[in-house]
Design a protein. Structure first.
Ligand code: IPE
Ligand code: MG
Length: 213
């Protein structure tokens, strides 16, 4: 979900407003998920490298997270969303960790999977998984995958990055081995459910061969 800052700058607004509008884009998308029948939507919300931003911006993002959980959890529960968090989220502020634990418990019986990457970095996820696999005595692609944060999620089919950047920025590197990728110029706050529908149409037209022919 990239481009909040540029969205705000284009309008002469503070970055915090861009992030607020980014949250609204998330809300719109989650509300529109039902007819898309996605097995799982994973959103990259905060990376383990985002701590390098100014203290003010990190504070804004954390406060936004607090407000979003509070305001939207009831709707998640009502709409049968099953929340999953990937990344080192238990290292976030204790009150956020408590809120997230509560959100996970309250959405545990949902059927629509929404995964959120928080304090997430793919390389450290892979290293953690490999260390666990090694401890159990076998390092193979299967044993590593079985210890990734995404171990209970379906395979990654389509990865979309917004805002015109063409890089993965430490997101789902292992999982992306055979994912289709789509890089769009839309800035995240402008992202509409129709953009996702278009992306799914694009995905449906691709021939996936997984190295075969
Ligand atoms: C993405 O928007 C939001 C987060 C990383 C939380 P950016 O803040 O990266 O927006 P740009 O890249 O400055 O436009
Ligand atoms: Mg960015």
């Amino acid at each position: 979900m990239d481009g909040n800052g540029r969205w705000a700058r284009k309008r002469g607004l503070p970055r915090a407003i861009g992030h607020q509008r980014g949250v609204e884009a998330v809300r719109r998308l989650v509300r529109a998920l039902e007819p898309m029948r996605l097995e799982c939507l994973t959103l990259y919300a905060f990376s383990s490298e985002n701590w390098k931003r100014s203290e003010d911006e990190v504070d804004d993002l954390m406060n936004l997270m607090r407000r979003f959980i509070k305001s939207d959890l009831p709707e998640f529960i009502a709409n049968d969303v099953k929340l999953k968090i990937i990344g080192d989220w238990e290292a976030l502020a204790p009150d956020i960790v408590d809120m997230l634990r509560d959100a996970l418990a309250q959405t545990a019986n949902g059927t629509k999977r929404l995964a959120v990457a928080l304090n997430y970095g793919s390389q450290s996820e892979i290293a953690r998984a490999a260390a666990k696999a090694a401890k159990e005595g076998s390092i193979t692609p299967e044993t590593i995958a079985a210890h990734l944060d995404t171990r209970d999620l379906p395979p990654l089919d389509l990865l979309i990055r917004t805002s015109g950047e063409i890089r993965l920025s430490n997101f789902l590197l292992w999982q992306a081995a055979y994912a289709e990728m789509l890089f769009v110029d839309t800035l995240w706050p402008d992202f509409q459910p129709a953009h996702l529908t278009q992306a799914l149409d694009n995905f449906a037209s691709r021939e996936r061969r997984y190295g075969g022919r």
